[in-house]
Ligand binder design. Structure first.
Ligand SMILES: Cc1ncc(C[n+]2csc(CCOP(=O)(O)OP(=O)(O)O)c2C)c(N)n1
Ligand SMILES: [Mg+2]
Length: 660
């Protein structure tokens, strides 16, 4: 046993502690922290910032050459926006199946609260990330300091209390020695698959610089064993009894299947039982798209085949899914009168949803146990043929969407498409449909490459169209569907998978919201591919607005029209490709699938970041929808468009179930 103490500041001690944390699962050991993202300000420059510098300098002096960093050192990456750095950390953690992550250090006040959105995303998506917002003086001697809230009812409340509801663990380190108790608990939550999410340690700026005599033991290497909980026998027996009673079962694979690396177990389960597998945004690719029992995306943005099977399923087995409204089509897609749920989830919270038979266990161990216990079981006769027929029909639709013939095949016909809600002509479809972009990418991307997206009209199209050949190929952030995730996520994924071609699909709305981390990507010398879909507005919200009677109000990038006083003037002349080029990256402009194909091949082969600027059509064509999403429409209105939409809404809501 090591004994004695070492005198370090809180900042220095935290760096050393974090550098010595490891995870282990299935016998493989990894550093829990690949490094620290940060942006310095007065809150952390002299505290944690000094600690990071000192660890680096000492490692260099000790002869660590940079290939392998020093044992007490954490590599530092300078971000451009605090929200972006949390996204990058989340993307890294997700890519490593939650076995590794980054810490993020920010200054007091705005630097810290800029991370709140990232914290919410991490917690909702169940992805580990350690947030280290700086905080006001513990001593309060110089109060009020720059950027201090001064809450009138409680001086111990600071802006960082905004992290509490979006963190799975929150503490404020008012004294250095509080770290001795709190830091290990923070590590426990980060590495617990059932509890993980954003973990926040708020660090008052004076405490960061304050010295303490730390027990040397605090800095020993510590390994966190990431659990694979096994199902309780009684819970397994209940689940098996329910599944054995099913004639038309359907399994829905969520992100938990991917994070548990349970693809082989899932495939074995499907093949042993003949139960088809649908997927959520986080679970897509858990089973390869061309497996005979893979039926693809289910729910509000799901495909016809999966949704038809969902509609008649008598037992629905959710594995590693949170059952969001997109997956359940707002509680309408599972429409069988007596539908029952079996939930296999490492988190009891998620397992309990929809009055399910709860199997609280790791996805891999749970699926293996289920497959064994279901020996001899099969769904009703003819189910397999029906699945094959439905999936084949949908693959025909996908082909047509990919090659751009889908619109001609049906959707473009009919009067409604020619005019908008005000009666004005709107469809001069001159640009490529984004589904054609996905067709090109799907054909060219390898199973080991990664496609990233989070918000806009793209997630819906991808959920029903993307043919994911591996779990790592499809990286959709759809728990928070946060505009601005995509570019920093490309950074995080590339750091985790340097050999993959990492492709982020970035809408023009998302690009304008948060392009900053391109600078970080460039300064780290990383080569990623960003495909910027420039359609002149919010295709997603525009279509939603129109369908809910709000006439695409405020969803196009147009200039103010002095005549109408609305934003329906000329298209805004902002040149996003030129803007992207200003980051010092290569930009290729494309307008056709053929140009895109050539640009992608060039970009994927390049050793620098490339932005492919693709002009796409704001109005689709999008794949046909087969399910509903609950977005309430104004109950009373003077606008006929809204009145019509309200009537449709009321009718659709009648199908909503409670699953109690
Ligand atoms: C941070 C954030 N703000 C607002 C939204 C709501 N929202 C969802 S999609 C969208 C528009 C996205 O526009 P763009 O990136 O151009 O994609 P497109 O809809 O054109 O495909 C908005 C505003 C969101 N998801 N995230
Ligand atoms: Mg757009």
């Amino acid at each position: 046993m090591t004994s004695g103490t070492v005198r370090l500041t809180t900042g220095q001690a935290l760096v050393r502690f974090l550098a010595h944390q490891w995870t282990e699962r299935d016998g493989e050991r990894r550093r829990l922290f690949a490094g620290v993202f940060g942006i310095f300000g007065h809150g952390n420059v002299a505290g944690l910032g000094q600690g990071l510098l000192q660890a680096h300098v000492e490692a260099v002096e000790a002869g660590y050459d940079g290939e392998e960093h020093g044992p007490d050192e954490l590599p530092y990456l300078m971000a451009r926006n605090e929200q972006g750095m949390v996204h990058a950390a989340v993307a890294y953690a997700r890519t490593t199946n939650r076995l590794q992550t980054f810490a993020c250090t920010a200054s007091i006040g705005p630097g810290s609260t800029n991370m709140v959105t990232g914290a919410a995303l991490a917690t909702i998506d169940r992805i580990p990330v350690l947030l280290l917002p700086s905080d006001v003086f513990a001593t309060r001697l110089p109060d009020p300091v720059l950027q201090q809230l001064e809450h009138p009812l409680g001086p111990d409340v600071t802006v960082n209390d905004a992290f509490r509801p979006v963190s799975r663990y929150f503490d404020r380190i008012w004294r250095p020695e509080m770290l001795l108790a709190s830091a290990p608990q923070a590590m426990r939550v980060l590495t617990d698959p059932a509890e993980t999410g954003a973990v926040t340690l708020a660090l008052p700026q004076d405490v960061q610089a304050e010295a303490y005599d730390w027990p040397v033991e605090f800095f020993r290497d510590r390994t966190w064993h990431v659990a694979r909980p096994v199902p309780e026998p009684a819970a397994l027996a209940r689940a098996v009894a329910t599944i054995r009673s099913a004639r038309r079962p359907l399994l829905v694979a969520g992100g938990g299947v991917v994070y548990s690396q349970a693809s082989d177990a899932l495939r074995a389960f499907a093949e042993a039982t003949g139960i088809p597998v649908a997927d959520t945004q986080a679970g897509k690719g858990a089973i390869a798209w061309d497996h005979p029992l893979a039926v693809g995306g289910v729910g509000a943005t799901g495909n016809d085949a999966a949704n038809a099977l969902a509609a008649s399923a008598d037992v629905v087995i959710g594995v590693g899914t949170r059952w969001t409204d997109f997956t359940t089509a707002s509680h309408t897609v599972f429409a069988h009168e007596d539908v029952r749920f079996v939930n296999l989830n490492v988190a009891a919270f998620d397992a309990a949803k929809h009055a399910a038979d709860m199997m609280v266990a790791d996805a891999r161990t749970g699926l293996t146990a289920l497959a064994d216990a279901l020996a001899g079981y099969h769904p009703e006769d003819g189910y397999g043929d029906e699945i094959a027929e439905r999936v084949a029909a949908w693959q025909g639709v996908t082909d047509a969407c990919y090659d751009g013939t889908f619109e001609e095949a049906g959707q473009g016909e009919g009067g409604d498409d020619a005019v908008d809600e005000t009666g004005a002509p709107r469809r001069e479809r001159t640009a490529m449909a984004q589904t054609q972009v996905f067709g090109v990418l799907n054909e060219l991307m390898r199973p080991t490459d990664v496609l990233i997206n989070a918000a806009g009209s793209m997630p819906g199209d991808l959920q029903c169209l993307w043919r994911a050949s591996s779990p790592e190929q499809y990286h959709l952030e759809y728990g928070y569907s946060c505009m601005g995730y995509e570019i920093p996520a490309a950074l995080g994924v590339k750091l985790a998978r340097p050999d993959a071609t990492v492709v982020a699909i970035v809408g023009d709305g998302t690009y304008q919201m948060a392009p900053q981390e391109i600078a970080t990507i460039v300064s780290e010398g990383l080569a990623v591919v960003l495909v910027l879909l420039d359609n002149g507005g919010y295709a997603s919200i525009g279509a939603l607005s129109e369908s809910r009677g709000s006439q695409r109000f405020g969803t196009r990038f147009r200039t103010r029209n002095a005549g109408t006083r609305a934003l329906d003037g000329a298209p805004t002349p902002v040149d996003l490709a030129a803007n992207a080029a200003s980051f010092g990256v290569r930009v290729i402009r494309v307008t056709t699938p053929e140009e895109l194909r050539a640009a992608y091949l060039e970009a994927a082969a390049a050793d620098e970041t490339t932005i492919v600027h693709a002009v796409t059509d704001l109005y689709g064509a999008n794949p046909p929808g087969s399910a509903w999403w609950d977005v309430p429409v104004a109950e009373t209105s003077t606008l006929p468009s809204t009145q019509r939409a309200r009537a449709e809404y009321t009718a659709a809501r009648a199908a909503q179930r409670t699953y109690l």
